[in-house]
Design a protein around this ligand. Structure first.
Ligand code: F6R
Length: 359
């Protein structure tokens, strides 16, 4: 039910703080210990490498998961697009463990890989929003997203829920293996800080609506740029904008722009930069200047501790490995409002289906 909302997409964007709280409840105890099946933890610890396989937005959540599993659990991790992996399988490690990220649990491309994985006898985990979905039934283990039904075709709350579940799992693994980084990562506290930050951002949605009107309502193309984890967020932000507003949008590694793509920048081209990582902030700032010099309209999405007075969107400060969870909120809102302002069917963009059950 949409209730007071005109579209499911906006409702689902607004639900994200509650989903964070729900995940903390489902996966942690008040004393800080984790509620994750020990058999699953043991099976992953037995592996020498994680292979995350997914499509679309779920793949983008996997890119962030890569950082979380390597930093907190110190397990080498690869992330693969399901439709590529299925036909061009990489050389696998001796003891692989597969993680399927899928909101619906029904995506044919991901299912095809799981079928191959099962034939080869490798262990697997499906992280999904739908209990008893095909990928959940066929994988060795399941973790649920508890995001509630996602109706809008463009995925929003499933993306942030997937990243949160990856953070919870990485924490549980790292603690079980005795790593200090994981012990120091107070995931309950950090996800609560994220939830509050998300709430602040959704409460300011009308500022974002105005930015969409000013920079995107008439745009022909656009870019999201970022480095490191901000690059992971930029790719998802770009997918959101293109799929609902039909503005051709690319998510780009900020430093790579000058190696060719900068040729596309014209007077008025919107370039949205994401800056949450202090180690790379000055570099992305230089890339902003490069595109401004070529006429771009830069919109900066910047963490509070790195922000300047002129930055249009300021993000509440959260744990450095969880910044995607807050940085994506204004990007989802920009996409939503741009689509609405251009008069499109926000919840059902052309040519798309909620669950892609063909290869
Ligand atoms: C984009 C979107 C799609 C899905 C993709 C995978 O907003 O929703 O890119 O993320 O089709 O779907 P699931 O996660 O159901 O496997």
């Amino acid at each position: 039910e949409k209730g007071a909302y005109e579209h499911f997409m906006l409702k689902e964007i607004d639900e994200q703080p509650a989903v964070m709280h729900k995940l903390v409840q489902e996966y942690t105890n008040e004393d800080g210990s984790m509620k994750i099946d020990q058999d699953l933890i043991n099976a992953i610890e037995d592996a020498d490498r994680l292979y995350i396989v997914a499509a679309g937005t779920s793949y983008h959540a996997g890119l962030v998961g890569h950082e979380l599993f390597e930093k907190f659990a110190k397990i080498p991790t690869e992330v693969h697009v399901a439709s590529e992996f299925a036909y061009n399988q990489p050389l696998l490690s001796k003891k692989p463990f597969f993680i399927f990220l899928t909101q619906s649990g029904e995506t044919a491309d991901s299912h095809q890989v799981l079928t191959q994985v099962n034939e080869a006898g490798y262990p697997s985990l499906t992280i999904t929003n739908v209990a008893n979905s095909t990928l959940s039934r066929e994988a060795t283990y399941t973790l649920l997203l508890y995001a509630g039904p996602e109706i809008a075709v463009a995925s929003t709350k499933a993306y942030t829920a997937q990243i949160a579940v990856e953070a919870l799992l990485a924490k549980a693994l790292g603690v079980d293996m005795g790593y200090q980084e994981a012990k120091d990562f107070d995931v309950r506290k950090e996800l609560s800080i994220v939830a509050n930050g998300m709430q602040e951002l959704v409460d300011e949605k009308h500022d974002i609506e105005k930015l969409a009107q000013k920079y995107l309502a008439k745009a022909r193309n656009a870019f999201y740029i970022g480095r490191a984890i901000d690059y992971d967020t930029a790719i998802e932000a770009a997918l959101k904008l293109k799929e609902v507003s039909y503005i051709q949008t690319e998510g780009f590694a900020a430093g790579e722009l000058k190696h060719g793509t900068i040729a596309l920048i014209e007077e008025g081209t919107p370039v949205i930069s994401i800056i949450t990582d202090h180690t790379i902030a000055s570099h992305t700032r230089s890339n902003e200047e490069e595109v401004v010099a070529r006429g771009a309209n830069v919109i900066s999405i910047v963490s509070k501790d790195l922000a300047k007075d002129t930055d249009q969107i300021v993000l509440p400060t959260v744990h450095p490995l969880l910044t995607s969870l807050v940085a994506i909120i204004p990007a989802q809102l920009l996409a939503y409002y741009a689509s609405e302002q251009r008069g499109y069917d926000v919840d059902k963009p052309r040519n798309l289906a909620k669950s892609v059950t063909v290869e």
